[in-house]
Design a binder for this molecule. Structure first.
Ligand SMILES: Cc1cc2nc3c(=O)[nH]c(=O)nc-3n(C[C@H](O)[C@H](O)[C@H](O)COP(=O)(O)OP(=O)(O)OC[C@H]3O[C@@H](n4cnc5c(N)ncnc54)[C@H](O)[C@@H]3O)c2cc1C
Length: 401
């Protein structure tokens, strides 16, 4: 067996694990990152694309802002569409200049992997049989790399292995609790090789259900539509997808998404989930391993970044100052933000989706809510400040002082 030793063993090379590795490296703290997929798979995975202001600021602070600044699309608002009209919510005006940036998660992961590979810190792809243990006293991570049996001894384990990893179930074998909610609908998401026909995102509620117009670059449009959770993607021909999107998004002034070649499509179920607490001894969960939000509020990736920012700072205080108080507060402080974001994501989801057995009463109430949100400055401000992201902890990055 190959025996390895590090300070922090990180399971998962998604945004949470890679960013944690980056922040620890900047603090002079060693880590080993384990990922059970190949590098190509991780980089090619199309998921989130909206970065909150605080996420963008943090990426700049950790030296990952260059390509983001050049290629990211800064948006100062979104549109809400209903009754065949679009209504703009001007984030910058309502929040004192805050904005969001559209930059694909796969682009961010590409940057993070390149930054990691530029250091001596290990990142192993394609590992198998990862198993975490000993987190009450002497943490261990066992795994296979090629056919070799390996074990890492470490001070802490960061469970950043997403919604289907091994760290959450290991935590749940202890006293942790799960709070969850399934939604009776899913999103059909697709990527089209066509220039976006609107510069900002359009969230629409239609009699036939929700639709979202979004983009990844000046030549790639990203679109979503509400569908039933167990639908087969093969039942959705490209023509059917375009017809349905056009029907739900088109406005009376003639605006509609540009049609083009569909490059990728898939169906994802929607749920909310929170694990409490997010720590058990020396095992800390971060990102989707600890919580899942429905994507309507564009929060999953941003929430992962907020967790990591706290965890990196707490570990830095531990190693540089011998202080454990930030580690002790990690779970409570993260969960405060997690529940706030759960509330916002649930609210956006409830306002914009048609429930399969919902009544006409429900639909009319949703339309009345959209009418209020797009006409009351107070309601628009509430949406804008949550969408652009509540400020990260004022202490910012870890400091050695
Ligand atoms: C299919 C899908 C589509 C999404 N679309 C959107 C969207 O459109 N908009 C939006 O805002 N959010 C979206 N999200 C949410 C967003 O992508 C996540 O919140 C974000 O990826 C969280 O980052 P993470 O690093 O915590 O988890 P992940 O990105 O899931 O990373 C976890 C990593 O751990 C690895 N891993 C898993 N198990 C193991 C193991 N046993 N050993 C080692 N490694 C392991 C995984 O391969 C993965 O690379 C989507 C999520 C999914 C799953």
């Amino acid at each position: 067996m190959k025996r390895l030793r590090t300070q922090v063993g990180i399971v998962g090379a998604g945004p949470a694990g890679l960013l944690l590795g980056r922040m620890l490296h900047l603090e002079g703290i060693d880590s080993i990152i384990l990922e059970n997929r190949t590098r190509d798979y991780v980089v090619g995975r199309v998921r989130a694309g909206v970065l909150e202001q605080g996420t963008v600021d943090l990426l700049h602070q950790v030296g990952l802002g260059e390509r983001l600044q050049r290629e990211g699309l800064r948006h100062c608002g979104i549109h809400l569409g209903f009754k065949r009209r679009r209504h703009r919510i001007p984030f910058d005006e309502l929040t004192g200049g805050r904005s969001i940036t559209v930059y694909g998660q796969n682009e961010l992961v590409t940057d993070l992997i390149a930054a990691r590979l530029g250091t001596e810190q290990p990142l192993y792809f394609d590992v198998r049989d990862v198993c975490v243990s000993g987190f009450d006293s002497a943490p261990r991570i066992a795994f296979h790399l090629a056919d070799e049996e390996c074990e890492i001894a470490c001070d802490f384990i960061a469970g950043c292995d997403g919604g289907h990893g091994v760290c959450r179930p290991s935590m749940l074998a202890t006293a942790a609790q799960v709070y969850e909610r399934e939604y009776p609908f899913a999103w059909l998401g697709m990527l089209a090789g066509t220039p976006p026909s609107c510069e900002e995102l359009v969230y629409a509620l239609h009699d036939r259900g929700f639709a979202l117009f979004s983009m990844r670059s000046p030549s790639i449009t990203r679109l979503y539509l509400q569908c039933a959770p167990h639908e087969d993607i093969d039942d959705w021909s490209d023509a059917r997808i375009w017809d349905e999107l056009t029907e739900r998004l088109e406005t009376a002034d003639g605006w509609r998404p540009n049609r083009g070649r569909i490059l990728q499509k898939g169906i994802t179920g929607m749920r909310s989930l929170v694990v409490e607490p997010m720590r058990c001894g020396r095992l800390f969960l971060a990102g989707d391993a600890a919580h899942i939000v429905p994507p309507t509020g564009a929060k999953g990736l941003n929430l992962a970044v907020a967790d990591v920012q706290r965890l990196a700072r707490a570990l830095a205080k531990y190693y540089h100052n011998g202080r454990e108080d930030l580690l002790d507060r990690y779970s409570d402080e993260c969960l405060r933000r997690v529940w706030s974001v759960q509330r916002f994501s649930w609210w956006m989801t409830s306002m914009l989706h048609r429930v399969p057995d919902g009544s006409e009463f429900d639909y009319r109430r949703q339309l009345a809510e959209l009418d209020y949100v797009t006409t009351s400055r107070a309601a628009m401000t509430c949406l804008a400040e949550n969408y652009t992201g509540l400020p990260f902890d004022a202490e910012g990055l870890a400091s050695k002082s």
